[in-house]
Write a protein that binds this ligand. Structure first.
Ligand SMILES: [Zn+2]
Length: 209
């Protein structure tokens, strides 16, 4: 008897985000404007932001600005609330476990719950443009699948491994008001904030009042 194909999705349903990376990323950031990055303490970073409901020119322009800002700050992922926009969208330009570059955009992302037996934790270093100059080791699953929509509103699923899996989880967290330091122990969190206080970011940030 054949297995039911209820929740089984073949890998070819995942969005292709590894082709023409250089051309796509360049086109976005050349159309976009670099915006300053919000940092720890900015209210938009500490609450869930709004769902994207309109997939038009305004969203396309936001995505361009996000790619421009991501490149200027030398990031591998950027959430809209990191440039002060109250919308659930993130962009990424990140290499996976095999060194393959992925470039894309996800609106209204939701992470798949991975079955415990498929979950291998990887405790690499993590950093965030919104907690400038700080880094900390953080264990996260080394595979991630995120579902949402592209900038045209089409449903998509993105799969990542290695550092790209970490990126997909980190950026989705942002849109629900969670920073990676919120997942650290109290002591490590304090240490990361101290690193931030003592460092100087290499890109423009939004001052907190
Ligand atoms: Zn971040």
């Amino acid at each position: 008897m054949a297995q039911q194909d209820t929740d089984e999705r073949p890998s070819d349903e995942f969005v292709v985000d590894t082709e023409d990376c250089e051309e796509r990323e360049t086109a976005h950031r050349e159309r976009g404007t670099v915006r300053p990055i919000t940092v720890f303490g900015h209210p938009l970073l500490h609450r869930e932001v709004k769902d994207v409901t309109e997939f038009g020119d305004e969203l396309a322009a936001l995505v361009d600005d996000m790619f421009a800002s991501q490149r200027a700050a030398e990031g591998v992922g950027l959430a809209a609330n990191q440039i002060g926009v109250d919308l659930k969208v993130f962009v990424y330009d990140c290499a996976d476990d095999d060194g393959v570059r992925h470039v894309g955009v996800v609106c209204n992302p939701v992470l798949d719950e991975l079955p415990a037996e498929e979950r291998v934790l990887d405790d690499n270093n993590e950093g965030c443009l919104s907690v400038p100059t700080a880094y900390a080791e953080l264990a996260r699953p080394d595979v991630a699948v995120v579902r949402g929509q592209d900038a045209a509103g089409k449903p998509i699923a993105v799969r990542g491994t290695g550092y790209f899996a970490r990126c997909l989880q980190h950026e989705t967290d942002h849109l629900y008001g969670r920073l990676y330091i919120d997942r650290l122990s109290k002591r490590e969190r304090k240490q990361a904030l101290k690193m931030m206080d003592e460092g100087t970011p290499r890109y423009e940030t939004v001052p907190n009042d």
